[in-house]
Design a protein around this ligand. Structure first.
Ligand SMILES: [Fe+2]
Length: 155
C-alpha cells in the first residue's frame, strides 16, 4: 500500500455510501479521471505526480458526498485537509499545496500557481476526454482549447 492508494481507499468508502448510483458512477469516473489526468499533466510540467494525483482524487469530494456544489472548492479543501491529516503520511507543506489547488480549482478564469493551474487543467481535460462531443462550460472553453492545442499532433 502507498499514500495514493490509502487516499483512494478512503474516497472509495465515501463514494460507496452514496445512494444515487448514477451520481456515484459520476464521482468515481470524475475523481479517478482527474487524478490520472493530473499525473499526465504533472509529468509534462515536471511537477510532483503523487501530489497531483491526490489533489485530483479529493478536489470535488464534498460535492459528491453532499450533493451540494456550493463553494465546493473551499469545502472540499477543508475535507481534504482532514482526510490527509488522518493518514499521518503527508507533510504540512504537502497538505497546503494540495488544499490550495483544491480551493482555487473552480476559478478557471484566474491564473494561480503551478499546482492550482495543473488541477484546473486536469479538471477541464477530464471532462473533455470523457466525452469530447459535450461542449465545455463557457468559462472553461478557452482553457479547453489551449489544452487541446497542446495535445495536437505536430503537422
Ligand atoms: Fe472537477
Amino acid at each position: 500500500m502507498n499514500r495514493l492508494e490509502d487516499v483512494r481507499n478512503i474516497v472509495d468508502k465515501l463514494l460507496d455510501r452514496m445512494m444515487d448510483r448514477v451520481e456515484m458512477r459520476c464521482g468515481f469516473v470524475h475523481l479517478y479521471g482527474v487524478s490520472a489526468t493530473a499525473v499526465l499533466i504533472a509529468r509534462t510540467r515536471g511537477l510532483d505526480e503523487e501530489i497531483a494525483a491526490v489533489a485530483g482524487m479529493l478536489h470535488d469530494l464534498v460535492s459528491y458526498e453532499t450533493g451540494d456544489p456550493t463553494h465546493h472548492g473551499l469545502r472540499s479543501a477543508a475535507r481534504a485537509r482532514h482526510i490527509l491529516r488522518s493518514t499521518k503520511s503527508f507533510s504540512d507543506e504537502e497538505i497546503d499545496t494540495i488544499c490550495s489547488a483544491i480551493t482555487h480549482h473552480s476559478e478557471k478564469d484566474v491564473v494561480h500557481g503551478p499546482f492550482e493551474e495543473l488541477l484546473k487543467d486536469a479538471d477541464v481535460l477530464q471532462h473533455d476526454i470523457y466525452n469530447p462531443a459535450i461542449d465545455a462550460h463557457p468559462r472553461h472553453r478557452e482553457r479547453r482549447e489551449r489544452l487541446r492545442r497542446s495535445l495536437q499532433a505536430p503537422s
